[in-house]
Design a protein around this ligand. Structure first.
Ligand code: ATP
Ligand code: MG
Length: 413
C-alpha cells in the first residue's frame, strides 16, 4: 500500500523541535543502509503541538545490528527485544520493524516477528500513534489515516477495535489515557468495542495496568482519567471499591476533587507516587473511619494505621500487587492525616512531628485537602511551622528515606 506523505508546508513541524540525538541516530542507521524513522508518541505530540516526552525510532536494522552500530547502545527485553541508545541520562529507544498480529481474537503471545515498515505501523494501537516522521525529507508518512485523525482530534484503533482490544486489553486503558490527556473524541466503532470489551481488562497483566494507573496519577490529567474510567465502566472491574465510592458520591465526589488539586500541583512540581495514591484513597479511608466512629470506641493512631493498610488492600488486592515500599508509604501518609487533624477534634497544643521525613509528604496531601476545605488551613500552618528545621527539604525526602546500601561481604579466599 502507498502511504500518504505530508510535506513541511502542511504539517509545519519545525525541525528544531526534534531531538538532535534522535536525528543523529536516524542518520547513522541510514548511512549504514537501513531504513529509520521517528515513530509513535513523539510524532503524535509534535502534531498536537505538545512537547514530546521521548523520541522513539523504528528501523529495518535488527537489534544486534543497532548494538554494533552504536557504542552507547544496549539491548533490552526478551519478549520485545529492542535497543536503548544512551546519551547521558537520555535514552533513545530503537525498535526493529515488526509484523502485525494475526487477526485472530486472542491474546498476543509472540512479539519478535520482524516485518516491513508498513506492517510495523499496522501492529500499533491507535491511528494517531501510527505515523512516521522522516527528518531528512521533513515529511510525515501515513499508512493508517492518522494524520487526518489528529486534525479531527479523533481516537481510532488501527484495525478492528474489538479484535485489537481482546488481543491486548491494556489498549483500552491507553485509549482512556489519551482521551484524558489530549481531550480527544473516541470514534464511534472504537467506543462501541470499548464498552463491549471492558470486562476483558482483567485478563491483561496487572503490572502493566498498575504502571499505567500510576503514570496517569503523575500526569496532571488524573481527574479526567479516573472520571472517564468510571464513565466507560472500566473502574469497576479494576478497582471495584473506588467504583462503588464514585457511584455513591455522584454529586460530591471528594476523590475526584482531590485528584483535581493534585493535578494542579503536579503541573507545578512532581509529587511522589505515594502522595498521589494516598490522595486517591483518602476519601475511602475517611468514610470507613467515620462509619466506625459512629459505632463508638476509641481511635488511636495504631488503629487508624491498621485501617489505612486495610483500605489500600481492599482497593487494590487481589488483582494488583503494590510494591512494598509504595504500600507502606501510602499507609503512613494516610494515617498521618489524622495525626495532623485528630478525628475527635481534640485541640493540639504541642505538635510533635514524627522522625520519618515522609511526614512532609503527609503534609503535601494535607495541603491538597486544605485547598478543598479551607477550615483545615490552620492545622497545615501549625504543623508546617512545627516541622521547620526538622527535616531535609521536601525534594530530598526520597533520598533520605532510601535504606543504606548493604555492603557485600567479601568471601574469604
Ligand atoms: P506516552 O506519551 O505516554 O509515552 P506513547 O504513545 O509514546 O505515549 P509508549 O508506551 O511510549 O506510548 O509507546 C510507544 C508507541 O508504541 C505508541 O505510540 C504505539 O505506537 C506503540 N504501542 C504502545 N503500546 C502499545 C500497545 N499496547 N499495542 C500496540 N501498540 C502500542
Ligand atoms: Mg512514549
Amino acid at each position: 500500500m502507498q502511504p500518504k506523505v505530508y510535506a513541511l508546508d502542511e504539517h509545519q513541524i519545525p525541525l528544531g523541535e526534534i531531538d538532535p540525538q534522535a536525528v543523529y541516530v536516524i542518520q547513522k542507521l541510514r548511512e549504514a543502509g537501513h531504513k529509520a524513522y521517528l515513530v509513535g508518541g513523539g510524532v503524535r505530540d509534535l502534531l498536537l503541538g505538545q512537547k514530546p516526552k521521548d523520541f522513539d525510532i523504528s528501523t529495518s536494522a535488527r537489534p544486534e545490528e543497532v548494538r554494533n552500530l552504536f557504542r552507547n547502545a544496549i539491548l533490552i527485553g526478551r519478549r520485545f527485544r529492542l535497543a536503548h541508545v544512551r546519551f547521558g541520562k537520555k535514552i533513545i529507544e530503537v525498535s526493529t520493524f515488526r509484523a502485525g498480529e494475526t487477526e485472530a481474537a486472542d491474546l498476543i503471545v509472540r512479539d519478535n516477528v520482524w516485518g516491513s515498515e508498513e506492517e510495523d505501523v499496522l501492529r500499533r494501537d491507535f491511528t494517531i500513534n501510527g505515523l512516521y516522521y522522516d527528518p531528512s525529507e521533513q515529511t510525515v508518512i501515513d499508512y493508517v489515516d492518522g494524520y487526518t485523525d489528529v486534525a479531527k482530534r479523533l481516537l481510532r484503533t488501527i484495525g478492528q477495535p474489538s479484535v485489537r482490544f481482546v488481543q491486548d486489553p491494556v489498549r483500552m486503558i491507553r485509549l482512556i489515557k489519551f482521551c484524558a490527556r489530549f481531550h480527544l473524541h473516541i470514534d464511534a466503532n472504537t467506543l462501541e468495542a470499548l464498552l463491549d470489551c471492558k470486562n476483558e481488562i482483567v485478563k491483561s497483566s496487572s503490572a502493566r495496568i498498575l504502571e499505567e494507573l500510576l503514570r496517569m496519577l503523575e500526569s496532571g490529567a488524573s481527574k479526567a482519567f479516573f472520571h472517564l474510567l468510571q464513565e466507560y465502566g472500566l473502574l469497576r472491574p479494576l478497582l471495584p471499591r473506588l467504583a462503588e465510592y464514585c457511584e455513591e458520591h455522584v454529586e460530591q465526589n471528594e476523590m475526584l476533587a482531590l485528584l483535581c488539586e493534585a493535578d494542579a500541583e503536579v503541573r507545578k512540581h512532581p509529587l511522589d507516587r505515594s502522595v498521589l495514591l494516598a490522595a486517591l484513597l483518602f476519601p475511602l479511608l475517611r468514610h470507613r473511619l467515620l462509619a466506625r466512629a459512629k459505632k463508638g470506641g476509641s481511635f488511636h493512631l495504631g488503629i487508624i494505621h491498621e485501617e489505612a493498610l486495610d483500605t489500600i488492600d481492599q482497593a487494590f488486592a487481589p488483582f494488583f500487587v503494590l510494591p512494598r515500599r509504595l504500600h507502606a508509604l501510602t499507609a503512613f501518609i494516610l494515617s498521618s492525616q489524622f495525626r495532623i487533624q485528630p478525628l475527635d477534634d481534640r485541640p493540639i497544643r504541642h505538635p510533635r512531628p514524627p522522625r520519618d521525613p515522609a511526614f512532609l509528604w503527609a503534609l503535601q496531601l494535607f495541603k491538597l485537602r486544605a485547598a478543598i476545605q479551607p477550615e483545615l488551613l490552620p492545622f497545615y500552618t501549625l504543623w508546617t511551622e512545627a516541622c521547620y528545621g526538622q527535616y531535609p527539604p521536601v525534594e530530598q525526602v526520597a533520598e533520605e528515606r532510601r535504606p543504606p546500601r548493604r555492603r557485600r561481604r567479601r568471601r574469604p579466599d
